[in-house]
Design a binder for this molecule. Structure first.
Ligand code: GLC
Length: 546
């Protein structure tokens, strides 16, 4: 593999040969794959500064491989002031010294490949850090070389921001720059100025960034906020859905608008069509963070020639409610087919255990839900720690680090970002120093990976088992259509070929859909040895008919 140039988009040293030539291979490596999100800051700290890093990740790749994942997605490791924990990038082709060096990333890629794992990295194209040299140049005035890399507008007639758009992290989406007499736009923090995708130079810059990383052997990209890159060319006001009171947090204010003009614009998919011309010949994956909450528009991002896969977030917003889950999954399959990545949790949302009630019951339900998602066409996705049944406890206000909490006034996203508990050593084997976020207060040795390795019925053991069984059920790996079954209230069930997957959400047993024999049951705690033809509470069963 060539790592010296920035233009060699040739094949990496992946576990199986990459397709050659242009066009997509008939069965790309991510077909029906299992993805594992590495939230790098919290995965494993090698140098004792309390922050997870690339050498730490390299040392624990065996955990991800033994789990049965096919690939990992690593959250941003680029040089960054860390105003939004790495999603404020100041150099797209480097590694922040906090996380290691470029050679450490190479080592992660090589070692992952040796384990048979693919590596997907985060690309953050909606905005840069305000410390990025492009923005530093843009600040020098309207004639600066990189001025037009960003979205600058004059004040509204009569003064004030150019329109009523608001930042997701609180306040207006515009910050006044007195020295040059214009506002710049930022969907997130003022330290994260939005790039101007109406400028062809921005397209060229990102196309080069993709080529740079492909030449280093990465297997694909998770595209941050893939639906946000372009805006209404006329910068019209968004319609207001309802008023909010002065005390409302940033999320509530953002939700009080219909985002007609600042996201999901029709031209955004053209960007990815061009990216595919770069990634397809390398056999690399484009996985979009399409943060939309109905299936139909998400489907447009995975229609032919656009993204390979899109995350489907309705699946991780839904509560423990059979009707709601059935509806969300059915819609997803209808509009996304096998092109969706079904996330159990993410670093931006409460973990599944927490969404489903917390405690041992929450852990049971999270694993049952993972089994339900795991049988659907597409990819199944875990956030690190989901495999340990990690719960989330809210952090004391003085330890909150997420700008959604510290600036936006909400609870924030820290609770799903706490460090991995590896062992019962001090610092739970994550760090020899002070972890950047505290561990949940009720965390004990039973949650650690080391303990769950040796306990036969642990969440880790059951998650592994689920992935092994899934790999051996051809119906779930192939193209068998999903047929939704309506057996009982509180049961969500579907059939693919001869395989039936059925989840019981009721607090008591429910009958299994008839005519099929049990393969396995999934929840975190042991079910009774014999439940006859019933599905235990908070459990998913895999069944197969003759
Ligand atoms: C994405 C990331 C999130 C980040 C935001 C801004 O939604 O997942 O963590 O804050 O983009 O880059």
């Amino acid at each position: 593999m060539t790592r010296s140039g920035t233009t060699d988009a040739g094949p990496g040293t992946g576990p199986a040969a990459h397709p050659t030539g242009s066009g997509r291979a008939p069965h790309p490596w991510w077909t029906q794959a299992i993805g594992y999100q590495v939230y790098l800051r919290s995965f494993n700290d090698h140098d004792g500064d309390g922050i997870g890093d690339l050498p730490g990740l390299a040392a624990r790749l065996d955990h991800i491989a033994r789990l049965g994942a096919d690939y990992l997605w690593i959250t941003p490791f680029y040089p960054s002031p860390q105003a939004d924990h790495g999603y404020d990038v100041s150099d797209y082709t480097g590694v922040d010294p906090r996380f290691g060096r470029l050679s450490d990333l190479d080592a992660v890629v090589d070692r992952a490949h040796a384990f048979g794992l693919r590596v997907v990295i985060d690309v953050v194209p909606n905005h840069t850090s305000d410390r990025h040299p492009w923005f530093q140049d843009a600040l020098t005035g309207p004639d600066a070389t990189y001025r037009d890399h960003y979205v600058w507008r004059d004040p509204a007639p009569g003064g004030g921001p150019p329109n009523n758009w608001v930042s997701k992290f609180g306040g207006p989406a515009w910050t006044w720059h007195a020295a040059s007499g214009q506002y710049f736009m930022h969907t997130f923090l003022p330290q994260q100025p939005d790039l101007n995708w109406a400028n062809p130079a921005v397209h060229r810059a990102f196309e080069d960034i993709l080529r740079f990383w492909l030449a280093r052997g990465v297997d694909g990209f998770r595209i941050d906020t893939a639906h946000l890159l372009t805006e209404d060319p006329l910068y019209r006001d968004n319609p207001r859905l309802h008023e909010v009171d002065a005390a409302a947090d940033a999320e509530a204010v953002y939700a009080s608008f219909e985002h007609r003009h600042d996201l999901d614009q029709p031209d955004v998919v053209d960007i990815y069509r061009r990216w595919r011309e770069i990634t397809d010949p390398a056999g690399a994956l484009l996985l979009g963070e399409v943060g939309l909450f109905t299936a139909e528009p998400v489907g447009r991002y995975v229609a032919d020639g656009v993204l390979d896969l899109a995350f489907y977030f309705p699946a991780l917003k839904v509560g423990w409610d059979a009707r709601a889950i059935r509806e969300v999954l059915e819609e997803g399959v209808t509009h996304g087919g096998a092109r969706l990545a079904w996330p159990l949790s993410s670093h931006d949302d409460p973990r599944a255990t927490q969404r489903f009630g917390g405690g041992p019951g929450g852990a049971d339900r999270a694993l049952a839900y993972l089994a339900l998602l795991g049988g659907l066409p597409g990819n199944t996705f875990l956030l690190q720690g989901d495999e340990l049944g990690l719960d989330a406890s809210q952090l004391p206000p003085e330890r909150r680090a997420d700008p959604v909490a510290t600036r936006g006034g909400g609870a924030g996203r820290d609770a799903s970002r706490t460090p991995m508990p590896w062992s019962d050593r001090p610092g739970f084997g994550f760090t020899t120093g002070e972890p950047w976020l505290p561990f949940p207060t009720d965390l004990d040795v039973e949650h650690t990976a080391a303990r769950q390795e040796v306990v036969p019925d642990s969440a880790l053991a059951r998650t592994r088992r689920l992935f092994t069984v899934r790999r051996h059920l051809p119906d779930l790996l192939g193209t068998a259509p999903v047929e939704w079954l309506h057996s009982a209230d509180d049961v969500v069930a579907y059939r693919r070929g001869r395989t039936v997957v059925a989840m019981n959400l009721a607090p008591t047993t429910r009958p299994r859909p008839g005519g099929a024999a049990l393969v396995e049951r999934y929840r975190s705690s042991p079910a009774s040895p014999d439940d006859g033809n019933d599905i235990p509470a908070d459990t998913t069963v895999l069944l197969t008919s003759p």
